[in-house]
Design a protein around this ligand. Structure first.
Ligand SMILES: Cc1ncc(COP(=O)(O)O)c(C=O)c1O
Length: 419
């Protein structure tokens, strides 16, 4: 595989951009590989600047559910951009996208658009705090909700202990209001609420976690979160930035039949453009400015190009029964992986992870036991054979409607050879 151009450009990028990348995972450090510099994508393929072609299972970290550069999305975005790039004033596409999302996820009675998943979760938390007048929040180990200060938190030493910062630059004054508990551990949640219940503003959870690899919540865990938040008057936030439209057309909430007060979205609803959204019960959403006292704003929020890409992506998703196509590919994958011994595997809809372990994976402690060296070896083999996977054992891989059964058999054959 050629890499002279990539190597040379990456060297120059390192001089101008910290680590050569604008988001750390792009440095491919976890798998000890040179980073990749992509020039374009089409359908299931991406092409690097050396001309190498890969079947892409990163899928822009989730949004590329139709594959890359779907012609109908491209032409709708082109048509929109001829009218201007953005005005900082309302545009009809904001309403159109809000309508289709609310139709697919009825728990989102009112929706506010922002520019990233991080902005969505950060704003949802401010809203929950403003609405309840409380300051503590509960999150779960291994769930990632973007890089806002109060969410970059490691677990303390027990259920009733308060979180510690997971990054330099975050004062403990901020993280001491965040409790990070074990995912899928009902008892720990019950104990935390018994100790702090009347101070807890909200619980935020990825109902199908995708940031420790794919780890679905158990139904009993989500049921317990719904019950305990109701009992104590806390807001339940589902972070469906990744799981939204990936695990079910109505999101994880529809898959489980358990509905949050607020949902956070991103990725697919922008079709690859920068976007995020949070929404939920009108009674809570109406606490945001200009109606209520919780301030939230954004010059670029609801940008017409992002709205156009998201709207067309969701329209095609519905019209072409994309979820059903992806689910049937997923079943082929399940079947192929089930023939391999001593490997962990979780898949929900269009997101999956192969874990290098012989135990089942249900929380972050389980994931931490995996053999990351074998994962790196698998990753290198995949890349050498022209398949691009997320460069970490702790990330989800994504299916798109453009993948083929032959891609699935190839990646499983490479897995079996690696083992
Ligand atoms: C579940 C979840 N929430 C929030 C975020 C943050 O989104 P963004 O990277 O758009 O800020 C991510 C990003 O991967 C995510 O997976």
């Amino acid at each position: 595989m050629k890499n002279t151009r990539s190597t040379s450009l990456y060297r120059r990028m390192c001089k101008r951009i910290p680590g050569g990348v604008n988001s750390p995972v792009r440095a491919f450090r976890a798998v000890h590989e040179p980073p990749l510099i992509i020039s374009r994508g089409k359908g299931r393929y991406v092409y690097d600047i050396d001309g190498n072609r890969y079947v892409d299972f990163i899928g822009a970290w989730g949004p590329a559910i139709l594959g890359h550069a779907h012609p109908e999305v491209v032409s709708f975005v082109q048509k929109t951009l001829r009218g201007g790039f953005g005005f900082g004033v309302s545009h009809p596409l904001e309403y159109a996208l809000a309508e289709i999302i609310a139709d697919m996820m009825p728990s989102m009675e009112k929706i506010r658009f922002v520019n990233s998943g991080t902005e969505a979760t950060m704003s949802a938390i401010r809203l929950a705090r403003g609405y309840t007048g409380r300051k503590m929040i509960v999150k779960f180990d291994g769930c990632y909700h973007g890089h806002a200060d109060s969410l970059l938190v490691k677990a303390g030493s027990g259920a009733a202990t308060l979180g510690v910062p997971d990054s330099a630059g975050i004062p403990t004054d901020i993280t001491r209001n965040t409790l990070s508990l074990a995912f899928n551990d009902v008892e720990m949640v019950t104990r935390a609420f018994a100790a702090h219940g009347r101070s807890i503003a909200c619980v935020i959870v990825e109902p199908v976690a995708g940031n420790m690899g794919v780890v679905p919540a158990t139904t009993s865990f989500l049921t317990a979160l719904r019950t305990v938040t109701k009992k104590y008057g806390a807001v339940l936030i589902f972070d469906e930035v990744m799981s939204g439209f990936r695990v079910h057309p109505g999101g994880a909430q529809e898959l489980y039949g358990i509905y949050p007060d607020i949902t956070c979205l991103g990725k697919i609803i922008g079709g690859g453009m920068p976007v995020g959204a949070f929404g939920g019960k009108s009674a809570i959403m109406d606490s945001i400015a200009p109606l209520g006292p919780v301030y939230q704003a954004g010059t670029l929020s609801g940008n017409p190009l992002a709205m156009a890409a998201g709207l067309k992506t969701l329209e095609l998703y519905r019209r072409d029964r994309i979820f059903q196509k992806i689910e049937s590919l997923g079943i082929v994958l399940d079947d192929a992986v089930s023939r391999i011994n001593n490997i962990g595997y979780n898949r929900v809809g269009g997101m999956f992870t192969v874990y290098f372990t012989d135990r089942s994976i249900s929380n972050f402690d389980d994931v931490k036991q995996c053999d990351t060296q074998s994962f790196s070896k698998y990753h290198r083999e995949l890349r050498a054979h022209g398949f691009l996977f997320p460069p970490s054992q702790f990330e989800a891989a994504f299916l798109s409607s453009t993948h083929r059964k032959s891609d699935i058999s190839a990646v499983v054959r490479i897995l079996s050879d690696t083992l």
